[in-house]
Design a protein. Sequence first.
Length: 330
Amino acid sequence: MYRDHLKYLACPSCSGELTIGSKVISDAEFLEDGSLDCVSCGKSFPIVRGVPRFVDTSNYADSFGWEWTTHARTQYDSYTRTTISQDRFFDETRWPRELNGETILEVGCGAGRFTEQAVSTGAMVVSLDYSVAVDANYASHGRLKNSLIVQGDLYAMPLKPERFDRVLCIGVLQHTPAVGRAFAGLPRFLKPGGKLVVDVYAINWKTFFKSYYLLRPITKRIPHEELYAAIRRYVNLMWPLVRLIGKLPSGRLINKSLFVISDYRGRLALSDDLLKEWAILDTFDGLSPQFDRPQFLSTVKRWFAEAGFTDVEVFPGYNGIVGRGTKPVD
Ligand SMILES: C[S@@+](CC[C@H](N)C(=O)[O-])C[C@H]1O[C@@H](n2cnc3c(N)ncnc32)[C@H](O)[C@@H]1O
C-alpha cells in the first residue's frame, strides 16, 4: 500500500488513527510488509505482500479465497477481451465514466473484475475483501496510485467514516451471515450526498429450480481443492452435452437446474473455451460458499428506507436485485 493511502484507514476495533509500525519493508512511497498500529487501543495489524490485513487468515469466506486466486483474471474484461464487466459496472451503478477527484469504496471486491472498471474512472478506489482474494486483486491493481486493496470484514471495516463519495457492494451481501446487518453497515462510510449501489440474489420462482441449493449443504463441507477438482472433471466430461442442450430453448435453465452447470451460452459473447472456464468458476461459486441467502425485493426496499436514503431505485436486475440510492445530506 502507498504510505499516503493511510488517510483512508482507521482501526476496525475502536476507529482510532493508525500509524505505520517501526518494522516495515518499504521504499519512500510504498509499504510492502510491516504493520499498522492503532494510536488509541494499541492493536497492531500486519501489512503482508503489500496488503494491510485486519482479519484472520482463515474465515468463512475461504472458499472465495480459493475461487478468486484460482480464477484471478477469468472475469476481467482485459482477459476475455469483452465489455461484460464494464457493461455491468456502468449499467448497475449509472455512474459517470470519469470520476477524477472522487473516492469509491468497493466492498467484497473478490479478484477485482469491477476494480478494473472502478479504477478506470480515475477515482481513488479502496477495495476491501474478507478473503485472500485480495492477493489476486493486488496482483492486478495493487501498484496503481489510485488503488488501495485491504483485507477486512464488512462488519468491522478498517476505514474512516464518511470518507467516500460512492460505495459499491455487488455480488456480496447474499454471501454474508446476516445480510440486513451487512447492508446497514455500508451508509456510515458515505459522505452526506454520497451514492450507494448494491445487488443481491433474489428469491423468486427460479429459486426453486436451482438444484445447487439442495446440494450446497453437502458440497460446502467438501475441502475446496477436492470440490474444485471434482467440478472441473465433471464440467469437462459434460461439456459436449451442455453445449448441445444450451442451444435449445430454455437450454441454459436445463443445464443449470438439471446438471448444476452454469451456462452463459447465448447470454455472454464468450468463446467456447471461456464459456467452459466461466462454467467451472461459477459452478464452484454456487456449490462452495458457507452462506447463500437470497432476498425479497421488498426487503431491499426496506433497507434503503430504513437508512433514510433518497432517490432510491430497487428493481430486478443482473445478480437478482439491484438497489441504488443517495445518502441524505442532513
Ligand atoms: C461472489 S464474490 C463477488 C466478488 C466481486 N464483487 C465480483 O462480483 O466479482 C463475494 C465476495 O464477498 C466477499 N465477502 C464475503 N463476506 C465478506 C465480509 N464479511 N467482508 C468483506 N467481504 C466479504 C467474499 O470474500 C467474496 O470475495
